[in-house]
Design a protein around this ligand. Structure first.
Ligand SMILES: Nc1ncnc2c1ncn2[C@@H]1O[C@H](COP(=O)(O)OP(=O)(O)OP(=O)(O)O)[C@@H](O)[C@H]1O
Ligand SMILES: [Mg+2]
Length: 368
């Protein structure tokens, strides 16, 4: 760019292309693509324009919109026809800055906790599928099962019974190698203790275990580390929330069913995180409704509209509604996350939409 930009024989100068792209707004973060330094590798040759749009997340839900607006601007301002434009999308998930940086996990950009006021609302199902969905979008993802009462990640990811290897590091600290499946890295207490072993956990023990899982596991490099939290608002949940605050937690996503919204547990859980200064990223309504596969009729089994209302009341976005699907449950039991299943009632696309909205929300919270 600048005074000396070359013409190229076809009347399209780099200058004009930059001017056109500077009129395209980043739909969520605000500002234009050029001043946000999102345009990379621009090449103008023989009337053809090629460049990369560097997003803040590979799971950006607005790629299509950005592409369409770039094409429109280049057509209008620089006279480049659509078929001469080639846009690639890249993503650098930048780590959050600020005072928390020194406490953060090296090489891990964002830590996102998935929590619920109560057990059994589908927290693990949502955590697993969102993690795999983000990986499908091209992000590097880890999933930490912090639910010491009922670790279900090994079962849902089809890696039950596997044991993480440990390596010695130069500083003499042993590090665990996370188990990998379906494109993501995982760690769970379920890998370390047997199924039938009863463990009585107290708050400080859980905190210490979580620290080890965060710092003594070979996670890096990760764009997102998703944490499946234990349910509830009691002692352990509070201790965990507090210890997470110190690792530069990006925020917490609350999973609820329409029915649970009516109880106070969800609010209590969100207030607990707020109290220890963990940002609320949004609410995901799970088991939102059921569509009968044979008739296509919709049933609001647990009521409807509750999560949207709650989101408005608390001032956080409703990131999505996931219906009840027989396949969702079957896939979880079979160790094949629903998001890799093409059956309609696995709701893979719904999980992916929720994951994209979450990624966008993280970008907005941290870069806007
Ligand atoms: N959208 C859904 N459709 C159908 N079944 C679902 C859905 N979400 C979760 N389930 C099923 O409901 C059960 C509970 O889900 P899950 O284990 O994810 O909940 P949880 O909140 O993590 O529970 P816990 O408190 O025990 O950790 C599982 O059998 C799961 O397969
Ligand atoms: Mg669970």
């Amino acid at each position: 760019m600048g005074f000396f930009s070359r013409g190229n024989g076809d009347g399209v100068s780099e200058e004009l292309v930059w001017q056109a792209l500077a009129t395209v707004r980043e739909p969520e973060l605000g500002g234009d693509l050029v001043s946000r330094k999102m345009i990379k590798n621009l090449k103008v040759e023989g009337g053809r324009v090629r460049f990369t749009v560097e997003l803040t997340t590979p799971a950006c839900p607005l790629k299509d919109q950005i592409q369409a607006e770039c094409e429109a601007a280049l057509g209008k301002i620089a006279g480049v026809p659509r078929e001469h434009i080639e846009i690639e999308f890249g993503a650098t998930v930048r780590p959050r800055g600020g005072i928390l940086e020194k406490a953060a996990i090296p090489g891990v950009s964002h830590v996102i906790a998935v929590a619920a006021g109560k057990g059994g609302v589908g927290k693990s199902t949502v955590a697993v599928n969102i993690a795999v969905a983000l990986a499908q979008e091209g992000a590097q993802v880890g999933l930490l099962d912090a639910d010491v009462y009922g670790p279900s990640v090994p079962q849902m990811m089809g890696v039950k019974g596997q044991q993480p290897a440990a390596i010695a590091t130069p500083d003499g600290q042993p590090r665990m190698i996370p188990i990998e499946a379906h494109g993501i890295k995982m760690m769970s207490i379920g890998f370390l203790i047997g199924d039938s072993q009863p463990v009585i956990w107290r708050g400080p023990m859980v905190s210490q275990l979580l620290r080890q899982f965060l710092y003594n596991v070979d996670w890096a490099p990760l764009d997102y580390l998703i944490i499946d939290m234990p349910p509830g608002t009691g002692d352990i949940a509070l201790t965990l929330a507090q210890s997470l605050q110190n690792v530069g937690l990006t925020g917490v996503v609350t999973v609820t069913t329409p029915q649970q919204v009516a109880t106070l547990d969800v609010l209590k859980s969100m207030e607990m995180f707020k109290k220890v200064n963990v940002p609320l990223l949004g609410i995901i309504e799970n088991m939102a409704y059921f569509v009968a596969p044979d008739t296509g009729k919709r049933y609001d089994i647990f009521g409807s509209g509750g999560a949207a209302q709650l989101a408005e009341q608390v001032g956080v976005p409703l990131l999505g509604q996931i219906p009840l699907g027989i396949r969702v449950r079957e896939d979880g039991d079979a160790g094949q996350p629903a998001v890799i299943d093409a059956a309609p009632d696995a709701y893979a696309e719904t999980f992916r939409e929720v994951a994209r909205r979450l990624a966008a929300r993280v970008s907005v919270m941290e870069y806007a």
